[in-house]
Design a binder for this molecule. Sequence first.
Ligand SMILES: Cc1cc2nc3c(=O)[nH]c(=O)nc-3n(C[C@H](O)[C@H](O)[C@H](O)COP(=O)(O)OP(=O)(O)OC[C@H]3O[C@@H](n4cnc5c(N)ncnc54)[C@H](O)[C@@H]3O)c2cc1C
Length: 603
Amino acid sequence: MPSYQAPLRDFRFVMDEILDYPRHYAQLPQADEVTPDVVSAILEEGARFTREVLLPLNRTGDEQGCRLEGGEVLTPSGFKEAYAQYVEGGWPSLSGDTAYHGQGLPTSLGMMLSEMVCSTNLAWGMYPGLSQGAADALRHHGSDEQKAQYLTKLNDGTWTGSMCLTEPQCGTDLGLIKTRARPDEAGGYLITGTKIFISAGEHDLAENIVHLVLAKLPDAPEGTKGISLFVVPKYLPDAEGEAGERNAVSCGALEHKMGIHGNATCVMNFDGARGYLVGEPHKGLACMFTMMNVARIGVGIQGLGLMEVSFQNALAYARDRLQMRALSGAREADKPADPIISHPDVRRMLLTQKAFAEGGRMLVLYAAQLADSVECATDAAEREAAETELGLLTPIVKAFLTEVGFEATNEGVQVFGGHGYIREWGMEQYVRDARITRLYEGTTGIQALDLLGRKVLMSQGEALKPFTKQIHKFCKAHEANDAMAEFVMPLAKLNVEWGDLTMAVGMKAMQDREEVGAASVDYLMYSGYVTLAFFWARAAQAAHQALASNPDDAAFYRAKLETARFYYQRLLPRTRAHAEMIRAGSETLMAMQAEDFGLGFAI
Ligand SMILES: Cc1cc2nc3c(=O)[nH]c(=O)nc-3n(C[C@H](O)[C@H](O)[C@H](O)COP(=O)(O)OP(=O)(O)OC[C@H]3O[C@@H](n4cnc5c(N)ncnc54)[C@H](O)[C@@H]3O)c2cc1C
């Protein structure tokens, strides 16, 4: 069975030596509660809970999957007990609103815990994960009555949430939704329709499930402008606010799928289920975006968590497994062969995993600070700036970290050779689990359109500027430092090219809109590589600084420096290919008619 140690040393490095979390937390309204000691205690306890409680259930959850019996979904053995411990430990309320039984701690702390949960048991983690987004959507858009009814229960974990968007004919294009909501005499609505692929739509972990459902009112305009959001509980709250009468919502079937077997992916039938409008009529998509944005960052963290655990296990195996001698002569002459970590290609794979996981952690913890500011900044300008930057980085966190997450978990299998492909070692599960992260919460293609089309080009490039300015400032500050030249020079060049490529696509798009779609995924990947290069340069600079003071754990900092070098020399050159492909434009993609692609061949 795979093992896992939460990367607490690396958390500390990123928090203390790169992103200055102590100062960040000291500026928040919760400053008194997030002292360094409290943060350490939470992270250590989170590490213990995830390793001792969740990790042992990961394999059994994968093997048993969920079962649908008499309309009830039974989760794999141990999941329910683990959830009870999670609730008892107060984890669901960590960053919840204090007015509704939340602990009010910063969002960023929840994100750190989330990485550990995703490393140890992604399928289990999706049950409480969706509650967080549901609570956020209700907190921002719900009426006072809805907040009182649902937030306390979601925050204390007695109820969980689900997000019901997808229908058979409608995935990416929510304008095609058929689920209907018609007003009933009691002042609510009756919801009728079928939703598919609903994660945690039904399960046995909690007393009640709060579904947030997109549906159309009778007078709804066509397309995405006519979508409204409803809260539809599995059990209607009674006069005391407890789970009361059963609502007409049920799970019709469970999907059989490639990975995350322990999480119930449900077909949900709403048969005139009682629902309540959240926010204004026809404005539901904007409300749902509150939930989706939280969930998108959450999915990026899933990619991160999986690469970290895959790396840890691949590393342990590579140190242990003996095969062949090193090309330059025996490394461990007393043994029949050298450990495979002696071979350059195995090192390439391990370093790829390490560079993406540790680079991803810096990016996520940076985004987490922005999320704290969006949530708590008292200064309106500061909050708006944080919101814009987080908006820019969200598709990168979601899509880049899941694309490289899938690559990194795949490399984890490769390090194990044939032993990675068989089930015994658990490495293939990470690849299967990671595969979904590139799809749900908006595919990579859709995230890429969001980044290039909606965020960057629609703002005439303005949304990109604050981030590229930061990179420019960093490069300027370190340009005279010879030790940093290997990072600063390429980074400064790429930063300029990022702007040039944006401009080039923007110009072409004025003639032909297809240019945006043709460039978008390469643009997203390019942006992801440059973003991580910025954080690796910062890590290198922090490592240089620490090494100059002769720290006790010099090996940690030397490894940081070498990983930064690996990233710059062996991963960052991928930007060349992406830049070429961005420049190649849409012509070859759009030249053929759909019927000429080949399916029409006579046999
Ligand atoms: C395990 C699992 C769990 C899920 N959980 C949930 C959940 O909890 N709640 C929920 O509501 N949904 C959930 N989903 C649904 C998921 O979000 C959708 O599958 C996803 O959004 C893609 O929609 P689709 O499958 O209909 O693909 P489609 O929208 O049909 O897309 C097919 C392909 O076409 C591409 N494409 C589509 N439109 C465009 C475009 N304009 N430009 C470029 N490319 C385009 C896509 O990128 C994709 O590659 C889940 C799905 C799975 C498999």
